[in-house]
Every structure is written in structure tokens, then in C-alpha cells.
Design a protein around this ligand. Structure first.
Ligand code: COI
Length: 325
């Protein structure tokens, strides 16, 4: 079977792709470029393509279909960048790729601790030899109420990791309730009004879950953590909440409008602009990283291998745990 890989990162993914393709007898070809209508023809002769986060619309899917592509595998858990209706209409299978929830769960706890201990301000003060304590009073997780929105694998693991810090309570919100020792399920407004820290672990729902109304019920001084999807939070409403003290801090690995950010080096691009980034970056109480929570050596290996394996399962018509449509 031949699989064509788009957006290949030669510095970290290629070695895993090559090794797994050899092991499984897959013919592999790739480009480092993101998929566009201009390079869609590169996949000719392959029966599946592997992509990452780039928007994949009906036109793109149609073009691939015309070159014989039957499977699109995204090397990500999320698949909100792919037009699933179009794929279904065209008879193209879409698959995702999973990796251990540990990387995102640990990163989430790291952001919580960084917000509580104001490390962004500490680095800034250190950079100008200001070693004073002013502004640096921190907090601890012990005794805090933490609200987890979305109790899939990552949300559950965050709850487990947090338990060693002895929070006073872990409140959870999800449409499916699977209570364990660590958590208590509540309505979303109860979670927002009682939690000192709120963290998100659910896929995009196509509209913000946190807008002006939700911020109006948030406990005063809460910390917001988002390692899930940027569009879960209405950024102007969040900025207002940071300004009026509703939020004391935010730890964000994802923000709205990531298309021109992830994963490009824009350091030499004088025309680079983003609707919210400058506002977020200038605040000492906002930590922003550019969608790195997933990024460990182990997850890269799993993403590449699961993507290839999934394409093979589709080709062979076998049950595929990564199949979306
Ligand atoms: C996912 O796997 O869905 C992620 O969020 C990570 C991806 C952007 C590389």
C-alpha cells in the first residue's frame, strides 16, 4: 500500500514514519508542505493521505478523490479541521490518531502551577534583574476547588494527577457521568461559580462554551486553563474577565484563530498579525504557548504509527479504532 504524507516534520516525525513503514511494508512518500490545491496531485498513486491540522474542505477532498485517495488520516486526536460531511458524501474514510493522554494532562497541571506561582512575571522580573518579591505572592493547589469540563481520557487523568495535591474538591461537568473516587459531577454553572481553577478537556463544539454569560457566573479570581480547543472560549469576553478581576490568570495552550500560528516560525514575518495574540502576550497573568501540550517524543511516535496503521486497516477493510467516518 502507498501512503502520501503531508506536512511531514523531517526533524521529528520522519524517523518514526520510515521505521514503521519499513516494518509494515508500506510505500511512503511525503512533502513538508501543508496540503493545498496546488500540491494535491502529489498524492497520485497513493490510496491514503496522512495530514495534520490544516483545514481540509470539500474541494480538497474532491481533488484527492479524483486521484484515487480513499482514506484521509489526521495525525491528531481532533478532527474539527476536516469536512466530515463532504468526506461521507465522497465515500472517503476519515481517521484520527490517538496518543497517551498523559502529555496533555501533565501539561495542564503544569499550566495550573505556573499560573498559581506567577512564573511569567518571575521570568520577566529576572530578565531585568528585579529580584524583589513585589507582585509574586503565589497560591497552592492544596485546598483549591478545581473544575474539569470534559471527562474523557485527558480530563480523567487530570483529576487523578490533581488528587496528589489535595484539592478541596474536584468538580466535573460532562454529558456522560462516570464518577470515580476523585470527582463529583455538577451542572456547568455550579462548576463555574465554585471552582478556583477551571480547565477544559473537550473537543470543539463549533461555538464558544465560555462567553459573557458564563464569565458572569465564574467565581471571582478564578484561573482558566485551556489545553483543548481555542474556540471553546470567546477571547474578547475572556480579556474583559481578566481586566475586571473575574479571572486572576489564564494558562492557554490554545487560542482562537490558530491557523497562522500553528506551527509556523513567524519570527521574520513583518506582516504577521493575529486578532488577540498581542493583547494576551502583554498581560503578566496570561501564559500562552502555541499548542504544545501534545508534543512529546512518545506522542509523535504514536501519532505517526497510528496514522499509518489506521490507513492499512481501512485498506484491508478491518475494524479500525481510529475511524471517524
Ligand atoms: C490533537 O491531537 O487534536 C491536538 O490538539 C494536537 C495537534 C494540534 C497536533
Amino acid at each position: 500500500m502507498k501512503i502520501f504524507v503531508y506536512s511531514m516534520r523531517e526533524f521529528d516525525e520522519l524517523k518514526y514514519f520510515k521505521a514503521y513503514a519499513k516494518e509494515r511494508g508500506i510505500e511512503l512518500d511525503y512533502t513538508v508542505d501543508i496540503p493545498t490545491l496546488q500540491n494535491v496531485h502529489l498524492a497520485k498513486g497513493a490510496s491514503a493521505v496522512s495530514i495534520i491540522t490544516n483545514p481540509t474542505d470539500r474541494t480538497m477532498l474532491k481533488a484527492w478523490k479524483s486521484y484515487g485517495i480513499g482514506t484521509v488520516s489526521t495525525r491528531t486526536v481532533g478532527y474539527d479541521h476536516i469536512d466530515l460531511c463532504a468526506a461521507k458524501d465522497l465515500g472517503i474514510s476519515v481517521c484520527n490518531a490517538t496518543y497517551s493522554p498523559e502529555c496533555v494532562a501533565e501539561y495542564t497541571v503544569m499550566l495550573m502551577l505556573n499560573c498559581l506561582r506567577k512564573t511569567k512575571l518571575a521570568f520577566k522580573k529576572n530578565a531585568v534583574n528585579d529580584f524583589g518579591l513585589y507582585g509574586m505572592t503565589g497560591g497552592v493547589l492544596e485546598g483549591k476547588t478545581v473544575g474539569i469540563i470534559g471527562m474523557g481520557k485527558i480530563g480523567k487523568r487530570v483529576a487523578e494527577l490533581l488528587s496528589v495535591f489535595h484539592p478541596s474538591e474536584i468538580l466535573c461537568y460532562d454529558s456522560v457521568i462516570m464518577e470515580t473516587n476523585f470527582e463529583k459531577y455538577v451542572a456547568i454553572d455550579t462548576l463555574l461559580s465554585q471552582s478556583d481553577i477551571v480547565t477544559f478537556h473537550l473537543p470543539s463544539i463549533g461555538k464558544p462554551l465560555m462567553s459573557t454569560r458564563e464569565f458572569s457566573v465564574v467565581k471571582r479570581g478564578a484561573i482558566l486553563i485551556n489545553t483543548a480547543r481555542g474556540d471553546l472560549i470567546d477571547t474578547p469576553a475572556m480579556l474583559k474577565a481578566l481586566d475586571d478581576g473575574t479571572l486572576s490568570a489564564a494558562g492557554l495552550d490554545v487560542i482562537e484563530e490558530e491557523k497562522q500560528i500553528c506551527y509556523f516560525d513567524q519570527s521574520d514575518n513583518e506582516n504577521f498579525s493575529h486578532p488577540y495574540l498581542a493583547e494576551l502576550k502583554k498581560r503578566d497573568n496570561v501564559i500562552y504557548t502555541s499548542h504544545y501540550a501534545f508534543y512529546t517524543d512518545q506522542s509523535v511516535k504514536e501519532m505517526t504509527e497510528h496514522s499509518l496503521e489506521s490507513c492499512m486497516l481501512e485498506q484491508d477493510g478491518k475494524p479500525n479504532p481510529w475511524k471517524i467516518v
